[in-house]
Design a protein around this ligand. Structure first.
Ligand SMILES: [Mg+2]
Length: 230
């Protein structure tokens, strides 16, 4: 790892656990929409019902699938249209629902030692983020240690496609083999970064069989273990 000159990090389930913040944000969104919309339009709304409409939206617009923000807004718009809302009413409610969801979704609790680790590494390396999700990293306290945060929704394709990795290498001004990408998802993070020519650290935060990520350069149980190798 001596020739590593910069690092890129995945965010969700690498620096923090994501499922809880998403579920919490879904609940807050629903509560907010119940206050705004006529009761009849929300009577059948549930996580399962929302997901069913979302599956239809994604099936009809596969090119939109990696833009989680757009998918959520479109799903909410369709939900209210299906309930009989005008398109203006539906879009307004969808915008409100998305706004509170997005805000609540940013309330994440970094894993123990994640902040200290990023702080320590940022003193020695330029650091960037590459996420398929819609975490607003640069608005979080930990974000000040990052030079950039690339979200799939702003690119033509999500990880494992090389486009975001290549953009990161260009921003960092280094060769692919000088960059270590750190992430929890074997397909998106490890396979994607390897295909882009980068070095990889698989953070097995979910306790998967190590077999699945054995082709990573490093296998870690949490990001603090990076400090032993760099
Ligand atoms: Mg992840």
């Amino acid at each position: 790892m001596n020739d590593i000159k910069a690092l890129t990090f995945d965010l969700d389930n690498t620096l923090w656990e994501t499922d809880f913040s998403i579920l919490n944000a879904e609940a807050i969104m629903r509560q907010h929409l119940e206050e705004l919309a006529p009761a009849a339009w929300m009577a059948d709304f549930s996580l399962e019902a929302f997901r069913a409409v979302r599956a239809d939206v994604v099936a009809e617009h596969p090119d939109m699938a990696h833009n989680l923000s757009m998918v959520r807004r479109s799903t909410l718009t369709r939900w209210f249209r299906d309930q009989g809302a005008s398109s203006m009413e539906a879009e307004e409610l969808a915008g409100e629902g998305f706004r509170v969801f997005y805000h609540a979704r940013q309330q994440v609790e970094p894993y123990p030692m994640a902040v200290e680790t990023i702080e320590a590494l940022a003193g020695r390396f330029p650091i960037g983020a590459i996420t398929n999700g819609n975490a607003d990293l640069l608005a979080m306290p930990i974000g000040r240690h990052f030079q950039f945060s690339y979200k799939a929704e702003d690119f033509p394709a999500p990880k494992p496609h090389p486009v975001m990795f290549e953009a990161a290498l260009e921003a960092l001004g280094i060769a692919a083999h000088q960059c270590l990408h750190v992430g929890d998802d074997v397909e998106h993070d490890i396979d994607g970064a390897l295909a882009a020519g980068m070095r990889t650290a698989w953070v097995n935060t979910r306790g998967l069989p190590t077999e699945s990520g054995r082709h990573a350069d490093l296998i870690l149980s949490d990001v603090s273990e990076l400090l032993k190798h760099l």
